[in-house]
Design a protein around this ligand. Structure first.
Ligand code: PBG
Length: 324
């Protein structure tokens, strides 16, 4: 038997005030970024059935959602555009009047500098085949041809007012290529939030509905294999060398180990993206009465902070911020 008094960690759990006093991690509204979808050619918001509570916005409803997010203290909004017409090269992505660019201008006009306005830099929302890049004659995603498109998109998005771009296509060299294009066009102040470790995940399912994706097949030749952890550190080193200002791990919950490794390794802000399927799981279980929705949401958000995230992209951003 030890001669020391018995350790009793439960002493610090006795009351809500005591637990609040010793709480190590906190989620603040400013940690949260709201991903939002805007669709061209609709008159009313269209609910995303696999993401109860999430809609494809009209231009007007997006402005309203951005203002509400800002009012709740959320720090950023990440925009995804869904064009009325898609084609093989994703023409809408580089059209200055494409829906994403129009929405960027709308949101900047609505919220000014109250909210950091960000945009997804990827082709899958605008291509008819649904891939994140251009396809070669054999139907494979052509890395270097895709980089040229990303460079054009970056400049068009920056010109529309995006303050942060999120290259999410997992092409090799995308961060450096986009950085050079932005700088050459004079957009040196536009930041890059690199999707550094992005895994080929089943949990993107509901997102496909949210962007009316017609993807056949999978993204296994460009997104990371869930079996690999160290590879994330290789992607991280490349993104930092290429000029990433912030880095992201995605999805969130199934990759908390990767998030922690990345957070431990860098001195730039680290984001976690709580993706569509993570949202859908909690909403579906809550709808069935199987879990306590609000507690589950709070617990997932805290798990990202515990693993070392500075920022969290979550479809619950506005709601969660209001409760914090
Ligand atoms: C690519 C992109 C995707 C998501 C964000 N950016 C889809 C994919 O990689 O398949 C998924 C987000 C989510 O599921 O919530 N443009």
């Amino acid at each position: 038997m030890s001669t020391f008094p018995q350790a009793r960690p439960r002493r610090l759990r006795t009351t809500p005030a005591m637990r609040r006093m010793v709480a190590q991690h906190h989620v603040r509204p400013a940690d949260l970024i709201l991903p939002a979808f805007v669709r061209e050619g609709i008159r009313e918001p269209v609910p995303v059935s696999s993401m109860p509570g999430v809609v494809q916005h009209t231009r007007d409803s997006l402005r309203k959602a951005a203002a509400e997010a800002a009012g709740a203290g959320v720090s950023g909004i990440m925009l995804f555009g869904v064009p009325a017409a898609k084609d093989a090269v994703g023409s809408a992505a580089t059209d200055p009047d494409g829906i994403l660019q129009v929405a960027l201008r709308d949101v900047r006009a609505e919220v000014g500098d109250e909210l950091v306005v960000m945009s997804d830099l990827c082709l899958d929302e605008t291509t008819d085949h649904g891939h994140c890049g251009l396809l070669d004659a054999e139907g494979r995603v052509d890395n270097d041809a895709t980089l040229e498109r990303y460079a054009e998109m970056a400049v068009v998005q920056a010109e529309a007012g995006a303050q942060v771009l999120g290259p999410s296509g997992m092409m090799d060299g995308q961060v450096g290529f986009v950085r050079r294009a932005l700088d050459a066009a004079g957009h040196t102040e536009v930041s890059l939030l690199a999707y550094t470790a992005k895994y080929a995940s089943a949990f993107y399912g509901p997102f496909r509905e949210a962007v009316n994706s017609s993807l056949q097949g999978d993204r296994n030749t460009y997104q990371q294999d869930p079996a690999n952890a160290k590879e994330a550190l290789r992607e991280l080193a490349l993104d930092l060398a290429e000029g990433a200002d912030m880095v992201m791990v995605k999805p969130g919950l199934p990759y908390l180990d990767v998030l922690q490794r990345v957070a431990d390794a860098v001195d730039v802000p680290v984001a976690a993206y709580q993706i569509s399927g993570e949202y859908a799981m909690v909403e579906a279980a809550a709808e069935k009465g199987w879990i306590d929705r609000e507690r589950a949401i709070a617990e997932t958000l805290l798990s990202f902070k515990r693993a070392g995230a500075d920022l969290i992209l979550t479809y619950w951003a506005t709601e969660a911020a209001r409760r914090l």
